[in-house]
Design a protein around this ligand. Structure first.
Ligand code: GLC
Ligand code: GLC
Length: 812
């Protein structure tokens, strides 16, 4: 069943009922100011850091679900309703929500009144804008009241949700005729405030939640809306809010339009105050002035459209398959931008308080983002590298506001260092900007320890190379990519962290997955060294990689597939002899992508085993058989009921590894089969089962052992976005940036006879058409560039601004 449809021409997903299986959200904002917005106008805003600079409140496990946000109330005689249906839930005569790239439009109609609520965050500014248009569709005049309402968060979201003995006394606001200023803690150490404004003077307002909702009222039944209107309350402590009331009269066919904004303002320390206790509002007034008239909103939208046209123009495919095209050209890239911005911090499943930016997560996000804005990727790489420790290990997470490593979780996730090589390698391939390697970059955020980025990569490589276990495989530490495979922790007490309790960093437990990564990204490191003239170091790296490959084929091979790990007692994890968890997806994907066993046959055998053991109609599950009881020596992975999360869920992130691995072996039909099974547009028809948004990937789909097989969870913030984009754009459609130029090497279903890709690369535009007259899956026969045949299949780098036409012929 579907709950909407794709409008490809407008690059929108159109939701046709407010009663979606879960709130279906969008992300507004692309730089510093962000808003999460659901299809019923739920959500929240923050500035840069969802934990430390939260502007508005949101309660995650609330019932009813999703009741805080940017709701509008309409009172039309005795009927109170919201254009987004929530929170009053009055049935509507018509409803539609369009989620577009960086904006959303929610439109509701009731009793001949249409109310259209458009929301966006302008480029280059720190505010959420909301344009509200009311139209009387009936034949008689109407007088209605409109109430916008939002609840402020007292900045630090975690403290806001826990330290009530203090927070109920600190809330402060200031009020102007058209604006409410939220200035809690501004009197002491903060130099920032929030403002909610309107471009029209309200008839009344409230700033105390108690006054607007009633002490025992709720967003579903605000006392002011259902009673006598706003009261003019001034918040002193408790819950500061911004609510306004407008009485509007509309003749038949008449339209009224209002602009609202929620802004974030920072003042210099020396200019905090206008007069004692009165905040300096000059920058807020300037912000408000920027968007006074309704056409300003159109200008904002127009520049957003241009911005996205430009970003998406870096990779556009025409494959003849509408679902594939819309994912590649619009939604997958859009999600890559969102994961780049958010890492795993703020979604409808990630509270924004728990995690900041993940080291491995953000490095992987670069793989799908770097072609869009290389300059921002560059900054990100340097930020991440600055949280690395001098020995090459890394903080697992850091806060985006402070850019400091998170001490609570610390380090010891032994795959982390290698992802820095992966991210930097992707940047170099995309840009050819070798100067990044010379950038001085702190260790552990300590500038006195600064070294060029090149040295960071060297230490990443060496960290793995020098932390090997009894089988010459890399030590796993607290965990590798699979955060839940905790072989050194032995967590026995409820509430303990699975990753950081117990001995944690043992000398025995080893990861075959990290070994695969070392082969893949160790080679990338060797290539980088060779390119900059470090021939000896490159040769040494190749040597270490060759030894690792041998160790994998020796101790990492189980007979029909790659083993997953060795535990702290030296026992195999992920082998045929195991009672549960005999085979895991991760080492099959990573080792085959690294080319291990490609010539000697283990690679093909491993992928056959994946198909035999791990396939399901909704995607490839992470392991089989699922763990049915808690295994102390394995940790969190066995804490989940069978079929969920890392315990045999369909962890979408590593499905594209299998796509890339299949493509590595030239299996185009199978690669595409795996790709489409988890691809949102291809499973839109089962939205009632999948439940999460049909335009973005979820981290996890319940696996075949789960009672809710096929149900998605944790949508939006997942490495799946970057990896699926890589798998389709590079592995299947075959347009691959290399250190020397753009390589064309497709691996497609044999039924595909022709497709084209337009790719912007290092300042030039490549218009590529691939012809497959013989119906093969892979193998480039010849390449013509502007009519002339080139040697090989790597397109040489072109001058800035040039457009070249490329014809590629597959076959023998
Ligand atoms: C809070 C604290 C308490 C302290 C008091 C006065 O109630 O819980 O420990 O004595 O404030 O500062
Ligand atoms: C989550 C984490 C990611 C990890 C994955 C597998 O998505 O964000 O870092 O690799 O789970 O455990």
């Amino acid at each position: 069943m579907k709950f909407g449809f794709f409008d490809d021409a407008r690059k929108e997903y159109v939701i046709t009922t407010p009663c979606t299986p879960l709130p279906w959200i969008n992300y507004l904002g692309s730089e510093n100011f962000f808003t999460l917005l659901s299809n019923t106008a739920g959500g929240y805003s923050f500035y840069r850091d969802a934990r430390l600079r939260r502007l508005t409140r949101y309660r995650y496990n609330n019932a009813p679900l999703d009741s805080e946000g940017f709701h509008l109330y309409i009172r039309d005689n005795d009927t109170v309703w919201n254009p987004g249906w929530q929170p009053v839930q009055t049935s509507l005569d018509r409803y539609e929500c369009r989620h577009g790239l960086g904006y959303s439009v929610i439109e509701g109609q009731k009793n001949n009144l249409t109310v259209r609520q458009e929301l966006t965050v302008p480029l280059g500014d720190n505010c959420l804008l909301m344009r509200v248009t009311l139209r009387n569709e009936g034949g008689t005049a109407k007088t209605v009241s409109l109430f916008p309402y939002l609840e402020f968060c007292l900045w630090d979201a975690q403290d806001d949700a826990s330290n009530f003995q203090r927070n109920y006394s600190t809330g402060e606001v200031e009020i102007e005729p058209c604006a409410v200023y939220h200035k809690t803690e501004y009197r002491e150490r903060r130099d920032h405030y929030a403002v909610f404004w309107s471009n029209r003077r309200p008839d009344a307002y409230d700033t105390s939640r108690e006054a607007f909702l009633g002490v025992y009222g709720s967003p579903a039944k605000p006392a002011a809306v259902f009673g006598e209107g706003c009261t003019g309350s001034v918040a002193h402590g408790w819950q500061p809010i911004a609510a306004m009331e407008f009485v509007l009269s509309l003749q038949p066919g008449e339209t009224e339009c209002l602009i609202f904004g929620l802004g974030y303002i920072e003042n210099p320390q020396t200019e905090k105050w206008e007069s004692p206790s009165v905040i300096n509002k000059r920058p807020a007034h300037a912000m408000i002035a920027r968007y006074q008239d309704r056409f300003a909103f159109d200008t904002v939208l127009a520049s957003l459209h241009d911005y996205w046209r430009g970003l998406l123009g870096g990779y556009q495919a025409a494959t003849g398959n509408e679902k594939l095209d819309r994912m590649v050209n619009i939604w997958n890239q859009y999600q890559c931008m969102v994961t780049f911005n958010m890492s795993r911090s703020a979604s409808y499943f990630e509270s924004g308080m728990g995690r900041g930016m993940g080291f491995r997560d953000s490095c992987q996000d670069l793989l799908g983002f770097v072609h869009m804005i290389p300059q921002r990727a560059r900054e990100r790489i340097l930020d991440i590298a600055a949280t690395q420790f001098p020995d090459g290990s890394a903080y697992h997470q850091y806060q985006p506001l402070t850019k400091k490593g998170n001490l609570d979780i610390g380090s010891g996730f032994n795959d982390d260092p290698l992802w820095l090589i992966a991210g930097t390698d992707a940047y170099l391939r995309e840009t050819g900007d070798w100067s990044i390697l010379d950038e001085a970059c702190a260790f552990d955020n300590d500038l006195s320890l600064s070294q060029p980025l090149l040295e960071h990569l060297r230490r990443s490589f060496r960290y793995t190379a020098t932390h090997l276990g009894p089988h010459k495989l890399p030590l796993i530490g607290r965990a590798d990519w699979n955060d839940c495979l905790n072989l050194n922790c032995f967590s026995e007490h409820p509430g303990e962290s699975f990753q950081i309790s117990g001995p944690s960093e043992g000398p025995v437990a080893e990861s075959v997955f990290i070994a695969g990564m070392f082969v893949k990204y160790g080679r990338a490191w060797a290539d980088i060294c060779r390119h900059i003239g470090l021939a000896d170091e490159s040769a040494d790296a190749e040597q270490a990689v060759a030894e690792m490959e041998a160790a994998v084929l020796d101790a990492g091979w189980d007979g029909s597939w790659f083993r997953r790990a060795y535990d702290a007692f030296g026992n195999v994890v992920g082998g045929a002899a195991c009672e549960e968890g005999k085979i895991f997806i991760e080492p099959q994907g990573m080792c085959v992508m690294a080319g291990i066993g490609k010539v000697s046959g283990q690679a093909a055998q491993a992928l056959k085993s994946v198909e035999e053991w791990l396939d399901s109609k909704y995607g490839i599950v992470l392991l089989q058989p699922a763990y049915t009881r808690y295994h102390l020596e394995l940790g969190e992975i066995s804490s989940y009921p069978p079929g969920y999360k890392e315990n045999a869920g369909i962890f979408c992130h590593n499905n594209p590894w299998i796509v890339c691995a299949e493509a590595e072996l030239g299996h185009g039909d199978r690669a595409f089969q795996v790709y489409r099974r988890t691809c949102p547009a291809f499973i839109e028809d089962i939205s009632e089962i999948h439940r999460t948004e049909p335009y973005v990937y979820s981290q996890m789909i319940a696996g075949k052992d789960a009672p809710t097989f096929g149900e998605g969870k944790n949508s939006w913030l997942t490495g799946t976005a970057a990896w699926t984009f890589l798998s389709i754009s590079q592995a299947i459609l075959g347009v691959k940036p290399t250190l020397d130029g753009l390589q064309i090497d497709p691996c497609i279903p044999s039924s595909v006879r022709e497709f084209s890709v337009s790719r912007r690369y290092r300042g030039a535009l490549y218009k590529i058409t691939v012809h497959n007259p013989a119906g093969v899956c892979s193998g480039v026969r010849s390449v013509l560039m502007d009519g002339a045949e080139i040697v090989g299949n790597v397109l040489p780098v072109q001058p800035d601004g040039k457009t070249v036409n490329v014809e590629v012929f597959l076959g023998d």
